[in-house]
Each structure stands twice: as C-alpha cells, then as structure tokens.
Design a protein around this ligand. Structure first.
Ligand SMILES: [Zn+2]
Ligand SMILES: [Zn+2]
Length: 439
C-alpha cells in the first residue's frame, strides 16, 4: 500500500504551488536561447539503446551503470535518455537538418534519467536545459554558446557564478599529450585509486578530474594539455579568450576540466557556483567535432552545453534571485442563494472570455467562507451577489488590498467596468513603486 502513495526513489514532484517557478525559469531559458537564434527541438523520451552506447560511450559510468534500459514488447532494447545531445544529433541526421543552411541551432528543456546512487543527492529523473550548434568551427560559435549561458544567468539574477575554460586539443595534438600523461602517472601507478589504474591506459585524462584526494594530489603536477596544443587548437583557444574579453565575460583557465571521450575537441567549459558546495557545476559544455562523423554523418563541427535545472533553482534560491510574483485571481464572485450563484457563474464566464482570471464558489460554502477562500487564493477584487444585488441590478466591487468599494451595474457594462478598475489599480501600484524608487 505504501508504494501507492510514494513516488519512486530519486524522483521529485512539482506541486501546483511550485510550478510557476519552473515555468518562469524554463520560459526565460528558452527565450534567451531564441535571442541567440536557437529554436526549440523536441524528441522522444526514449531511444534505441544503441544510440547512447555509440554516443555517450560504452566505457562511461553513464552507459555501464546508470542507464534505464529495458526490452520492449517488440523485443527491442530501449533506453530512457540519460542526456540530450545524442538525440539531437540523431534527429539532425534522420531529418537531413545538416543539409540546410548552417549552423543548425537547437535548444531543449527535457527530463533525463540516470540510475544514480541515492546518497549522491542526485535525482534519477532530473531536468536539463541545453543547446546544440552544428556546422561552425569558428571560435565565434564557442563564444556565442558561452555568452548564451552567461546571458541566462544574468537574466535570472544569478550572481556568484564563475566560468572556467580549457582546451583539450584535437586528434592531431591529443595523442602526444596522452602519451605525456601516461608517462607521468605510470611513475606513480601504485598510488592511484583502482579506477584510475584502469584509466591509465584507456583514458588518462580522466585521472585529472578524479574525486579521490590521492589522485587529485598526484594530478596537481601533471602536464597540462595547453602545453601540447597544435597550432590550430592554440589559435582557436586564443581566439575564444579574445572574444570573451570583448564580450566582457570573465573567465579563468582551468586545465583540469577534461572530457573522457575521443569525439570531444578543443573548448571545454563549466560554470561553477560557489554556493552549492562540492557539486558546484551548474552548466558544462564544449566542442564535440568528432561525434557527428562517428555517428555516421558527414564530419561536422559541433558545440553545446547542458545545465541541470534542479541545481539552477537551488543556486537561484541561495543567491536570493527573485521570481516573478504568482499570478493570482483577478476577481472572485461570491454568491448567496441559487439565483445569485447562477449569475456568478455567468459573470465569471464573461470575465474569463475577456482574459481575466476569475473564480466563483464551487463548494456551496457560506458567504463568509467564500470570502476567506477569496483571500486565500489572493483575489485582487471580490463581488458578493445576493437577492438584493439581483433585484437592484447593482453590486459592489471590493479591492481586497485597500478595501475600497466601487459600485458597478450588473448589466453589459460589468466586464468593462471591472477592466477599468483593474487598470486603475495597476496604475496606482505603478505610481507607488515609482515614488518608492524616487525616495
Ligand atoms: Zn590540435
Ligand atoms: Zn582516481
């Protein structure tokens, strides 16, 4: 029985009282992306398992331990998406989007699924905002994508967030760097954690961001990739830095930001919040010029990022970012008796037709209880209809904030008169806040 009324571990409900926060953040992110020419793309929640094995990589923790994979009734192996990039590449290839005018720019807000250890404090269903841009190898693209993230944070009022960038080279220069890394770590192989001992041959760059304190300490003096960049990668990285400076975006170079897979190239970046502790990365992104070719498309440069929305909301709360006030009910129409209740239903419908949010009694409550409810839902105005109002054809519109009363007729002029009152009080509110600002 308990299972019936308990959400699965690692999931989170968004209650009606909380959803406006999510709507605001999602709309702000997608709108900001639109300013940069990114249009929303939508794709299925599940894909063929093969897609993620090929793109996310079968040596990664995500694919080895964390995927929600099942066999469907048609005997296909299906996986709930652990991230968005693979699906966007698949969509672009399937629909020939790379044959259109490039760059292709797409944004998304999606739930993702990873079977993570509960103690890590991470959700198994979590939400990501991300963008992908296909077709440009110019550092302008890198700067634009980073600028988009920065713009999102600024618009949402997030302060105290730092940008770190790095370049992990290309297939031309990276092998030399990996060789140097292997030599460096091989000298202290026995001290590395078991995972990093395995990484040494296949994936020595990942030792640089290992969470084990011992590996972290050993990695301190490891050679950095920046020393090994080829001319092209060096120019690209310098080009990005110059553009960030022109755009007024502060950054630090952190050679420890790495990616484990071959298709990642050149720019990697992270936005880190000081506020949420060890798991401070709110957004991670970079180039993956090798992925589209690896998935069977014509080799096409690509760059993107993803940010976790749960973390983003956490950071917003911790740095005191403001959310717009909840949109309450404009008018509550209370009533006493059957005839008045019918009139309330009619007027409520007419107000809604004109775009007002209006409510009337659905619970057969007493007038006193109706007014208490109107208060609770934050109604700006209220009207009470009874026999008296119906016979005189007039009612009183009450401003719930300052208790001011306005006489209104219950005829065709009603909706217009309500509109006038609401406009008037908006104007007064505006004057109030201008006055406060002047003080
Ligand atoms: Zn290179
Ligand atoms: Zn390690």
């Amino acid at each position: 029985m308990a299972l019936l009324t308990k959400a699965p571990r690692g999931t989170q409900d968004v209650l009606p009282s909380q959803s406006s926060r999510w709507q605001y953040v999602e709309a702000t992110l997608l709108n900001t992306a639109r300013l940069f020419g990114f249009k929303e793309i939508r794709f299925p929640t599940f894909e063929h398992t093969e897609l993620f094995i090929r793109s996310v990589g079968d040596t990664t923790d995500v694919v080895q331990k964390e995927m929600y994979t099942f066999t469907d009734k048609g005997d296909r192996s299906i996986t709930l998406r652990p991230e968005g990039t693979a699906s966007v590449v698949r969509t672009a290839l399937e629909h020939g989007l790379l044959n259109d005018a490039l760059p292709m720019k797409a944004s998304y807000v999606i739930p993702c699924f990873r079977y993570e250890k509960p103690q890590a404090g991470r959700l198994r269903e979590f939400h990501q905002f991300g963008v992908e841009m296909f077709g440009s190898q110019s550092p302008n693209a890198d700067a634009e994508v980073i600028g988009l993230v920065k713009n999102c944070f600024d618009t949402l009022g997030i302060t105290d967030i730092a940008l770190e960038i790095n370049s992990i080279g290309c297939p031309e220069c990276r092998p030399k760097y990996l060789k140097a890394l292997r030599e460096y770590f091989a000298a202290r192989q026995e001290e590395l954690c078991p995972t990093c001992q395995e990484r040494l041959e296949k994936n020595p760059m990942r030792i640089l961001d290992c969470k084990s304190p011992v590996c972290h300490d050993i990695a301190k003096d490891a050679p950095t990739g920046l020393e090994y960049l080829c001319q092209e990668c060096k120019e690209h990285f310098e080009g990005l830095k110059k553009r960030l400076e022109l755009m007024g975006i502060e950054y630090t170079v952190n050679p420890r930001i790495v990616r484990g897979l071959d298709y990642y190239t050149k720019t990697v970046f992270e936005f880190i919040s000081q506020n949420i502790g060890a798991q401070g990365t709110v957004c991670g992104g970079g180039r993956y010029d090798g992925l589209i070719g690896q998935m069977g498309g014509a080799p096409t440069p690509a760059i993107g990022f993803a940010m976790g929305l749960e973390r983003l909301l956490l950071v917003m709360d911790q740095c005191g970012a403001e959310f717009p006030p909840e949109q309450g009910c404009d008018v509550y129409i209370g009533s006493m008796g059957e005839a008045a209740s019918l009139k309330a239903v009619e007027l409520t419908a007419r107000l809604r037709e004109e775009g007002f949010s209006a409510e009337c009694d659905l619970m057969n409550r007493s007038v006193k209880a109706q007014m208490k409810y109107a208060d609770k839902i934050g109604a700006r105005y209220s009207v009470i209809l009874g026999e008296n109002e119906l016979s005189t054809g007039a009612c009183q519109l009450k401003n719930m904030k300052n208790r001011e009363i306005t006489e209104l007729k219950l005829d065709d002029s009603f909706v217009d008169a309500v509109y006038q009152q609401i406009m008037h009080s908006c104007y007064m509110d505006l004057e109030d806040s201008v006055e406060k600002m002047e003080l």
